[in-house]
Design a protein around this ligand. Structure first.
Ligand code: LUZ
Ligand code: MOS
Length: 767
């Protein structure tokens, strides 16, 4: 089935925040961001801005009617600066004017004096100074201390990954409309309507039933709108609440890039030990997460880095330590993979370090250590593994030996171009790592004409969740999909929603919808049984027709629904789903946190121009564990997008903050994201059908985040190609592997070591 939004998307008719018709009297807001990363505000002069024609009011922290606080996990984030600024881009004031242009122009007339304080941008420096968001977390399995003795080979090193700008096509924004009796309706471009509701309530000082949040769809989220849609929603709601007028703020790209947090940069140290059979016996890693100036979701992101620190491998002795470090960057936040990719990069770097030193292919070590069913992850859950199946299938379909020979032949015959090869296995746990978040609700109405309306807590952001939920209902009722409509996500209809995140949205909300539909169907069958004087157990609906024991009854879906209505049977149901089985004990750091894991393996081939340092991805060939995909078009779309986004993170997207904490890569002219030309020439996706009993919706496994991590293979393929040209090169494990870094590595010689190669640790924040 096609994505249900494809027609309105291609016609330009899909409704995003900026397409909502504006009410008469609407005012427009614009935030004034701090130009300094850390300091004390000594003067805030609004006079010139207030004198501008059309400026209605400028809000500062003293205008907040409730609490000046939007921190989700930890209350450490003021909405508007109160005396101090903690990051460059931190909102200090909110101008409200009659047009967006006037509001923007007025922010330029605000005069702020700030006495600067020392700025920290490096997470290791923050850790040394005790600037931690939460106490460090440690995952342990076996005993690394004694395991080193059994290791034939031990390698140590460090590995850094940079952040990543979300670059959703639709920027952040909100539109708040006052309602009677001090209530507010907020339209928000958010993945987390309930998080917006909570933040707005706190800032306004009103209970949750006073605030309704409504979301039609987003033009992309990627995690950037899991927590960070709250700011704009709270600012607009505050202004609407105080001024009793609708207030809208839709950020422009540069505002969005400057004021929002990104994927967390990480800097890590690893130590890996292997026995003489190249089995990894021990792995120790210490990760320093650059959290930015406030907690945001950093502790949860940190947790997922721990969970995925051994990726697809079974390592009997592991010790993983992770620090969430407070710096003066904008608070970093959720980004597709949520710390998982950062954790996985380090183990892949450790394996590459071992392979390069031992002179074996990394693939030999990778394959040798894939996790098997029954093996335990460092957090205590036992694997139901498809890691070997994915590896074997992808290497067989594409004949890995032939690919190796082909690249070897190419490299032997070319001096200027070199090809590199990497395999990238992925194992990603599905469920919010915080167990209580794994719940969802759905509200289904069957109308008397037989058409169906569904509301859930799922937010459609291009990932196709509404299409999947519609399919669930069409499947249960066996009706024409055209009879079903997915409603907006609205906190008045569905309460206490978890964010649309963690790849789990279709599973959680789809299961709730499945339960609601199944309950209504049960009632309809009871009506049919009574009317037809048959046993309900033999009644079936197929394509809107009623069958009893396989025989047509002449009844249609429509007739059944109308009959049930006239008999005063409820045609509505609200259902609640909570993922069974999962649990986690934070005191022991052990449990069964994930409903299941998604597996896959990619073969990535890169080609480097060794004269210029530029490169292209030749191909990414994947075997991916979809379970039993319920929509192959939607799922393939997620995989292709994830791969390209992962490659972008690993190769060209270079986030640059300078030492004073100012974002230098602040626009699309200075921050390069993949375009159509940087998409691999070939993306080949094979399905591993693992039609086993699992907790996925209709056994169709979650697909949102896992494929991003295939992109990590791009880094290692480039590294491999560079080493084909210059085997002696010392290359720091530092992503992204930009053309500049490739060129440096291509011409790196031992006696002329570049600063970058000599001290990789000091380069955790680029600039
Ligand atoms: N968000 C969250 C997530 O709050 N918890 C998670 O475990 C998670 N995982 C992936 C993406 N977003
Ligand atoms: Mo996300 S990183 O699933 O918001």
């Amino acid at each position: 089935m096609k994505n249900i939004d494809s027609a309105t998307h291609t016609r330009g008719e899909s409704i995003y925040l900026d397409d909502i018709p504006i009410l008469n009297g609407t005012l427009f807001g614009c935030a004034y961001p701090s130009a300094v990363a850390h300091g004390v505000i000594t003067k805030l002069d609004l006079a010139a801005a207030l004198q501008m024609d059309g400026v209605i009011k400028i809000f500062t922290c003293s205008d907040i009617t409730g609490e000046n606080q939007i921190g989700g996990i930890i209350p450490d984030e003021p909405l508007l600066a109160d005396g101090h600024v903690h990051f460059c881009g931190m909102p200090v004031a909110f101008v409200v004017a009659t047009t967006p242009e006037i509001a923007r122009a007025a922010t330029k007339k605000i005069l702020v004096s700030i006495d600067p304080l020392p700025v920290i941008t490096d997470p290791r420096e923050a850790q040394r100074k005790g600037e931690l968001i939460v106490p460090p977390r440690v995952f342990k399995m076996g005993d690394t201390d004694s395991a080193w003795a059994a290791c034939e080979y031990i390698f140590e090193g460090s590995a850094d990954t940079n952040g990543q700008e979300h670059l959703y096509i639709e920027t952040q924004g909100a539109y708040a409309v006052p309602q009677e009796n001090n209530a507010v309706r907020v339209y928000s471009s958010t993945q987390a309507p309930t998080a917006v509701q909570r933040a707005v309530c706190k800032v306004l000082g009103v209970p949750m039933h006073q605030v309704e949040v409504d979301v039609t769809r987003l033009g992309g989220g990627f995690g950037g709108k899991e927590d960070q849609a709250n700011t704009w929603a709270a600012l607009c709601a505050l202004a609407a609440f105080v001024l009793k007028k609708p207030v809208k703020y839709s950020l422009d790209r540069i505002e969005d890039m400057a004021m929002t947090g990104k994927r967390h940069p990480y800097s890590s140290d690893f130590k890996i030990g292997l026995d003489k059979n190249l089995k990894i016996q021990a792995y120790e890693v210490t990760m320093y997460q650059n959290a930015g100036a406030a907690a945001d979701l950093s502790p949860a992101v940190l947790e997922r880095s721990l969970f995925h620190s051994t990726n697809s491998y079974f390592i009997p002795n592991t010790k993983v330590t992770a620090y969430s470090c407070r710096t003066h960057l904008p608070p970093n936040t959720a980004f597709r993979g949520f710390g998982g990719p950062q954790g996985m990069f380090v183990i892949e770097a450790a394996i590459a370090a071992a392979a390069e030193s031992l002179g074996v292919a990394a693939a030999v070590i990778q394959k040798n250590n894939l996790i098997q069913t029954g093996d335990e992850f460092p957090y205590g859950q036992k694997a139901v593994s498809e890691a070997v199946a994915c590896w074997e299938k992808v290497t067989q379909i594409h004949n890995l030996d032939a690919i190796k020979k082909e690249t070897d032949d190419f490299n032997a015959g070319n001096t200027i171009y070199k090809k590199g090869l990497a395999l990238m296995p992925v194992c990603f746990g599905i469920s919010f790592t915080k167990t209580p978040m794994n719940q969802a609700r759905a509200l289904v109405h069957v109308y008397s004409d037989g058409s169906i309306s569904i509301s859930t807590g799922a937010v459609e952001m291009g990932q196709g969740v509404n299409t999947k939920i519609l399919q669930v209902a069409a499947h249960v009722f066996s009706v024409d999909p055209a009879k079903i409509r997915l409603q907006t996500t609205n906190t008045g209809r569905i309460a206490n929603t978890s964010p649309s995140a963690a790849s789990a949205t279709a599973d959680l909300n789809g299961k709730a919808a499945l339960m609601a539909c199944t309950e209504i169907l049960k009632r309809l069958k009871a009506v049919a049984a009574e009317e037809l004087k048959q046993d309900a157990g033999i009644i079936e609906i197929k394509n809107e027709e009623l069958f009893a024991a396989g025989k047509a009854t002449g009844w249609t879906w429509q007739k059944l629904v109308m009959t049930a209505f006239l008999k005063r049977v409820s045609l509505s149901e609200h259902a609640h789903y909570a993922t069974p089985v999962i649990h986690f004990d934070l005191t022991k750091e052990k449990g069964h946190p994930f409903a299941y894991h998604v597996y896959g393996t990619a073969i990535v081939i890169a080609k480097v121009d060794c004269l210029r340092g530029i490169y292209e991805m030749e191909s990414v060939k994947v075997v991916h564990d979809f379970g039993a995909s319920m929509n192959t078009a939607v799922d393939k779309g997620q995989i292709e997008g994830g791969i390209v986004q992962g490659i972008g993170w690993m190769t060209m997207e270079e986030l640059v903050y300078d030492a004073s904490g100012v974002l230098r890569s602040n626009a699309l002219s200075t921050y390069k994201v993949p375009d159509i030309y940087s998409v691999p020439k070939e993306i080949d996706i094979h399905f591993l059908d693992t039609d086993k009993d699992n907790l996925a919706i209709l056994r169709s496994k979650a697909v949102g985040e896992p494929p991003l991590m295939y992109g990590i293979g791009a880094y290692f393929a480039l590294r491999d190609a560079v080493r084909k040209f210059n085997p002696a090169a010392v290359i720091p494990f530092s992503a992204p592997m930009t053309p500049e870094k490739v060129l440096t590595a291509l011409y790196h010689t031992k006696n002329k070591e570049t600063a970058a190669a000599a001290s990789p640790n000091e380069k955790s924040v680029y600039g």
